[in-house]
Design a protein around this ligand. Structure first.
Ligand SMILES: [Zn+2]
Length: 310
C-alpha cells in the first residue's frame, strides 16, 4: 500500500533467523536463539503481510482479554498465543519496545531514560530502564549503566560474549539499537499482546466507522480511532542509483506497523481490510471484496436474505 504508491520508500529492520520463548520468574519472554545468524530486510517488501499478521494477534488478544491488561499476562502463559508471537518474530524480528517507549536517545552515554508518562515526562536511570530488557542474563543485570560506557557493557551487551558486533556494525542505527539487536535482548510476551490488541482496536474502529451509517455509532468509533497516537516518525532522504529514496527511520517495528496501518486506512485503494462477517484482517485481492473467504461471504448472504424475507 505504501510501496506501490511510492516505490522509493525504504525502511530497514534487522532480524535473527530464529528466536525462542523463555520462562523466567513465571513470565514469558522472547529472545534470539544464541546461534542464529541475522538478516537485514526492507519492511516495505512485506508490509501487508506484516500488518495482517500483527492485527491477527491483536484480534485474538481482544477476544481473549477485552480491555484489561492483566488478562494479557494470563494469555501469555498459553502455548497457542506464545506460538503466534514466535511465528511472527521468526518472520519479522522483534518489536523494538525498548526504543519505541523512549523519547530520548543515547541512553547509555547519557545515563538516563525519558519516557512519556500520562501527562508528564518520566525520567529514570539508564540501569532501571535497560535491565528489564535483559531478563535472565545475570552478567548484564550486574552492570552499571548509569555512568556512561564501561568495559562490562562492551563485553556483555555489545561485545565478544554477545556476538551481535557484526550486526551493529553493518546496520548502524546508533547506540540504542545495539541494545535492541543484542542477542541477549528480551521482550515480554504480555506487552506484545497489549500492543497488538490496542492496534487491532484502532483498526476495528476505523473499519467500523467506514461501514456504519448510524451517526451515533460513527461518533463512538471515531472517538476510539482518535486514541491512535503514534510516536514521532522521523525520516531522511537517501540518494542511491540516481534515485531519491525516503528512508523511514523507525524507532521500532511497532512504530513501522503503526505507520503502515495509518497509510492503509487513509488509502482510497485500501488493501488490508476487516472481514465484515468474522472481523479478521485480510489482504483483499479484489479491492471491492468485504469478506476474507467465500464461506464468510455465503454466511453473510444467508443472513441478509433471511432478514429481507422477514
Ligand atoms: Zn471472514
Amino acid at each position: 500500500m505504501i510501496k506501490e504508491n511510492n516505490p522509493n520508500y525504504k525502511g530497514l529492520w534487522a532480524k535473527y533467523k530464529k528466536y525462542e520463548i523463555v520462562k523466567i520468574d513465571n513470565e514469558y519472554y522472547i529472545r534470539p536463539d544464541k546461534k542464529a545468524d541475522y538478516e537485514i530486510y526492507d519492511i516495505f517488501d512485506k508490509e501487508k503481510e506484516l500488518l495482517v499478521d500483527f492485527l491477527l494477534i491483536g484480534m485474538e488478544a481482544m477476544n481473549y482479554a477485552d480491555i484489561n491488561d492483566a488478562n494479557c499476562d494470563l494469555m501469555s502463559t498459553e502455548k497457542k498465543y506464545q506460538d503466534m508471537i514466535l511465528d511472527f518474530v521468526n518472520k519479522y524480528g522483534m518489536f523494538g519496545e525498548f526504543t519505541y517507549r523512549l523519547i530520548n536517545s543515547h541512553i547509555v552515554s547519557s545515563g538516563k531514560a525519558l519516557t512519556q508518562g500520562y501527562s508528564n515526562i518520566d525520567e529514570m536511570s539508564a540501569s532501571t530502564y535497560i535491565k528489564p530488557y535483559f531478563i535472565g542474563n545475570d552478567d548484564i543485570q550486574r552492570i552499571d549503566f548509569d555512568h556512561g560506557l564501561n568495559p562490562d557493557i562492551l563485553k556483555y551487551v555489545y561485545g565478544n560474549n554477545n556476538p551481535n558486533g557484526d550486526l551493529a556494525h553493518r546496520f548502524d542505527k546508533g547506540e540504542d539499537f545495539s541494545i535492541v539487536f543484542s542477542k541477549c535482548y528480551t521482550e515480554k510476551i504480555a506487552n506484545i499482546l497489549v500492543m497488538s490488541r490496542a492496534l487491532y482496536r484502532i483498526f476495528n474502529s476505523v473499519e467500523n466507522n467506514n461501514w456504519t451509517e448510524n451517526e451515533d455509532k460513527k461518533a463512538i468509533y471515531q472517538k476510539y480511532a482518535n486514541m491512535f497516537n503514534p510516536n514521532n516518525v522521523a525520516f531522511s532522504f537517501n540518494f542511491e542509483n540516481d534515485k531519491t529514496y525516503l528512508n523511514w527511520n523507525f524507532n521500532s517495528l511497532f512504530q513501522a506497523i503503526e505507520l503502515i496501518l495509518a497509510f492503509n486506512e487513509t488509502n482510497e485503494r485500501k488493501e488490508v481490510k476487516m472481514c465484515k462477517h468474522c472481523l479478521k484482517p485480510f489482504i483483499a485481492k479484489n479491492l471491492k471484496s468485504d469478506y476474507d473467504t467465500a464461506s464468510c461471504r455465503n454466511v453473510a448472504n444467508v443472513y441478509r436474505n433471511r432478514a429481507k424475507n422477514k
